[in-house]
Design a protein around this ligand. Structure first.
Ligand code: B12
Ligand code: SF4
Length: 443
């Protein structure tokens, strides 16, 4: 038996123009590596990441599995429909179809709701027993999987696909916070579930090598310091492996000097941090109570002192945001010298409280999922027009990735020990610049 697992591209038209061509941003589909690991060894598996390779719709396969995020859902449905027209059964899973299983069921023979562990194995048992007819419509567990039982991802299946970085790990699932625009706590639950550190170290030992490339790891977790005791144990255990790593953390890491020190000692070179907004009212609106704006500048300095670079993420379009937010945010970013920056437009992703609110207020203006990529306005903002919101985002991107801003921001890296990492930081900045160069300036 052969199963084809597909990670669909974000958007057909933008594939070449946006992140598709840019190697810097390509990340292996960890979810499909886990689904592969849950599959009995006698079943042949092939993984296709449509961001880097074409799908062969004529390939002789018995079953197709497709992962979905909201922005890639229209393409995922198109792929599913094409295989099903040929009589190949299709299973869909992932965050989008978990929020909208009935929608997905119109395009799939079975839908896995939530985490794959337990569900995928049951589905395959049914399929082996009676083929397509034996498949249930929905597979869902009422108990969340024990993180100790999450198998090691089958990285050998993406060995020759040419990812710049391919060693990504997931340590935890769930998030205790409840930011109103985010899908994570609804999907994975409001409790952190951590893989035992000894399992993580076994995984690290199996993938780390001597070269720079093989010592470079990425952690996919939403907040690697979500539990300080776990973070302490993990960072201490990572120290002997001489790693370089990047991950995501909350700004609160700066409140724990010992943890920062251990993170740096274990090889942390960069953290993706969701600042979300520089306006107090917007953070309140988003229920991001864990962020404190008056602490931002000091916190950034502290993290930089440990030689750790920061990719800061900001969202535009809160009810409190007027047109001045773009200029104010860029000014702040240059002042505090953030190394890399990501901007998003507030987006009512399905299943979030934000979507519920905007739906109630009749403010959703676009229901095409492929525009839910956080760079299109899909709702009516309060203090500007949707066009002004989009133009503001483009202007802010063009500004922070202008050469003078890159220079201003990265010149700060000589103060901490980040200069050692200047090459990759420049590459990342130039990667973003190549994507956003040429956007119009209207504000
Ligand atoms: C890494 C990552 C990326 C990588 C993608 C890597 C990849 N190729 O998969 C990159 C950087 C490219 C990326 C891009 C984007 N991302 Co992203 N990303 C993540 C992140 C941090 C981790 C994802 C991950 O690997 N998790 C680990 C795996 C194991 O979990 P999982 O994917 O949920 O898979 C499990 C189940 O869902 C299920 N499953 C999943 N697929 C399938 C398929 C089958 C057949 C089966 C049976 C089961 C199954 O089984 C898995 C094991 O239990 C998540 C946050 C998070 N906590 O998940 C955000 C997240 C998924 N991203 C998000 C968003 C919004 C985006 C962007 C739109 C943002 C942007 N503008 O950059 C784009 C859109 C990309 C797209 N294709 O649509 C949102 C998605 C919300 C939504 N409703 O879609 C999340 C949840 C972040 C958030 N805070 O809201 N992202
Ligand atoms: S934005 Fe981050 S902190 Fe907030 S709920 Fe989502 S994952 Fe948790």
């Amino acid at each position: 038996m052969k199963i084809l697992l597909i990670s669909p591209t974000w958007k057909k038209k933008t594939k070449a123009k946006r992140l598709g061509r840019n190697k810097v941003f390509k990340v292996p589909p960890h979810n499909l590596l886990i689904v592969s690991a849950l599959t009995p060894k006698d079943i042949e598996i092939e993984i296709i990441d449509e961001n880097i390779e074409k799908i062969d719709f004529e390939a002789p396969v018995d079953l197709v599995g497709i992962t979905t995020m909201t922005a890639s859902a229209p393409r995922a449905y198109e792929i599913a429909d094409t295989f099903r027209e040929r009589g190949v059964p299709v299973v869909m899973g992932g965050i989008h179809v978990t929020a909208l299983p009935q929608e997905a069921a119109q395009h799939a023979d079975a839908v896995v709701i939530g985490e794959a562990e337990g569900n995928w194995e049951r589905l395959l048992q049914n399929f082996r027993r009676g083929g397509k007819e034996a498949l249930g419509q929905f597979y869902q567990s009422h108990k969340r999987p024990d993180p100790a039982s999450i198998p090691l991802p089958r990285r050998e299946l993406i060995k020759n696909k040419g990812y710049l970085l391919s060693r990504f790990l997931q340590l935890s699932r769930g998030c205790p916070f409840d930011c109103y625009f985010c899908s994570v706590s609804k999907f994975f639950g409001k409790k952190f579930r951590f893989r035992p550190v000894k399992n993580v170290i076994e995984e690290v030992k199996g993938i780390v090598g001597k070269s720079l490339k093989t010592r470079f790891l990425g952690f996919l977790d939403d907040n690697i310091v979500g539990n300080i005791t776990y973070a302490r144990e993990l960072f201490k255990a990572l120290i002997p492996y001489n790693l370089l790593w990047i991950g995501q953390a909350s700004i609160n890491i700066a409140r724990h000097e010992e943890i920062l020190q251990l993170a740096a000692a274990s090889g942390c070179k960069g953290l993706f941090i969701g600042f979300e907004s520089i306006a107090e009212a917007s953070l309140g609106e988003a229920n991001k109570s864990q962020n404190e704006i008056r602490f931002y500048e000091k916190a950034i300095k502290k993290i930089h002192q440990f030689g750790i670079a920061i990719e800061g993420a900001f969202i535009f379009g809160f009810d409190n945001d007027d047109k001045s937010i773009f200029r104010k945010t860029v000014k702040f970013i240059e002042k505090v010298k953030l190394d890399v920056v990501q901007f998003s437009i507030l987006t009512p992703l399905p299943g979030t409280r934000l979507q519920e609110k905007l739906e109630k207020e009749g403010r959703i203006i676009d229901r095409n999922w492929s525009n839910y990529d956080l760079s299109h306005p899909v709702f009516q903002p309060k203090l500007m027009t949707p066009q002004e919101l989009k133009q503001g985002l483009d202007w802010a991107y063009k500004k922070v990735y202008g050469l003078s801003s890159i220079f201003k921001r990265l010149s700060g890296s000589f103060k901490g020990k980040r200069w050692k990492f200047l090459g990759p930081l420049l590459t990342l900045n130039l990667g973003y610049r190549s994507i956003f160069k040429g956007k119009e300036t209207l504000i």
